[in-house]
Design a protein around this ligand. Structure first.
Ligand SMILES: [Zn+2]
Ligand SMILES: [Zn+2]
Length: 405
């Protein structure tokens, strides 16, 4: 088979065109009809079995290899899943790019437009090699990564078994507009991204006159005690080598200096890096809220309103992916990542069921210092098209080599 890198380079311009079209018309959440149309148009004519999501505008495409052992009709051979997310963020773009968002207040600030284009590229390159593939490839185009749990919906709708049997391995790429030099791939064995929980707390007391607190039940000092107790929880209950982050990002109570309010509301994000720590922090934080309120004769509620599990790379698959980067693109193109990232990813749901790897790819524009460039989610974040061909080539080589292994 011809080197995927050369073929990828040859379609780099077309992938950039697709990426810019997606970038200019960003969509948020689980319903991305315009993005879905663009991806379907780009896949048109390829030998793929395409199914669309019902709960969300996902695209699942299956490529059955011609060299699969087995009964032929069902394809046979192992299955590799490649995933790209498709959704944008509620950010008002300020990059000034000529293909910048034309939709007010919506921007592809996390580079998912690049992921979609790279996966289309891989679908084209792998389709051209269909006859030689000893197994099947599932292309997972996923809406709603940014807090909407799109991967979970796609799993419920059967993406992991789309080729007729469970995928044996799964890979996802994620671009970064800063921190990594352009073209540098990075990953690690084990925890790669944090688990994230959103916790909403309401402390309920009884309002009254500020001069007569003994006739009221003041929720503000109790809520303050909860904030500090959450920080003590982090330092006293958790192994420093399996860290937890708790941030109270929002604290609202009251209307005037001489009025004791009925309620105080807190919004909290919690990050953790192992299933054990995650379970412990979820349970401990809620107990602490209830019991601190009770200690002062007040009540409180603590509800988890959204969460993603830890994104855990499989030891074997992460090592394999690092090796493929080095062999296909060069030893100097892979950077072993020392620590997990405190961001979260819903590819975690895929990796809970299928061994695989989540790999970062530096996409900082030329002439810009990755140490100071605006990072993903910034209104100024710029991702360079130059990485599209190598991303498509890596997806392609991961699939070929994993199926052939
Ligand atoms: Zn993001
Ligand atoms: Zn992202």
């Amino acid at each position: 088979m011809a080197a995927a890198t050369q073929d990828a380079a040859a379609i780099g311009g077309e992938l950039a065109h697709l990426r810019r079209a997606i970038h200019a018309e960003p969509e948020i959440g689980l319903q991305l009809p315009l993005t879905q149309q663009k991806i379907l148009a780009a896949l048109d004519g390829l030998p793929l079995e395409v199914t669309l999501g019902s709960a969300l505008t996902s695209v699942t495409a299956v490529l059955r290899g011609g060299a699969a052992k087995g009964d032929g009709a069902a394809g046979g051979g192992p299955v590799v899943l490649l995933r790209a997310d498709m959704d944008a963020l509620p950010v008002a773009e300020r990059t000034g790019l000529d293909f910048a968002s034309r939709i007010d207040g919506t921007m592809h600030a996390c580079g998912h437009d690049l992921h979609s284009a790279m996966l289309v590229g891989a679908a084209r390159l792998l389709s051209a090699r269909q006859a030689d593939l000893p197994g099947s490839v599932v292309f997972m185009f996923q809406p709603g990564e940014e807090g909407h749990g799109g991967a979970r919906f796609m799993i419920e709708e059967g993406v992991l078994d789309a080729a007729g049997e469970r995928a044996a391995a799964a890979y996802a790429l994620h671009v970064a507009s800063a921190e990594l030099p352009a073209g540098m791939f990075s990953s690690r064995v084990g925890p790669m991204m944090a688990a994230a929980e959103a916790l909403d707390i309401t402390v309920t007391g009884r309002g009254g006159h500020g001069s007569q607190p003994h006739h009221a039940a003041d929720p503000i000092p109790v809520a303050c005690e909860i904030v500090t107790a959450l920080q003590v929880l982090v330092t006293r209950r958790f192994d420093i080598f399996d860290p937890v982050v708790i941030t109270v990002g929002s604290f609202h109570a009251g209307t005037a200096n001489n009025v004791i309010p009925d309620e105080a509301r807190l919004q909290v994000t919690i990050r953790s890096f192992s299933p054990d720590s995650r379970a412990l922090v979820r349970e401990s934080a809620v107990r602490l809220v209830h019991e601190i309120a009770a200690a002062h004769g007040l009540t409180a509620t603590a509800e988890f309103t959204g969460s993603y599990p830890v994104t855990v790379n499989d030891d074997g698959e992460a090592g394999f992916a690092a090796g493929v980067v080095a062999e296909v693109l060069g030893e100097d193109r892979f950077h072993p990542q020392a620590n997990p990232m405190a961001g979260a990813e819903d590819f975690s749901y895929v990796l809970e069921q299928v061994p695989g790897a989540f790999i970062m790819l530096g996409a900082c524009p030329p002439g810009v210092d990755p140490a100071t460039a605006p990072y993903n989610h910034s209104a100024l974040a710029v991702f360079d098209d130059m990485v599209l061909a190598d991303g498509a080539a890596l997806f392609t080589e991961l699939a070929i080599r994993r199926l052939t292994r």
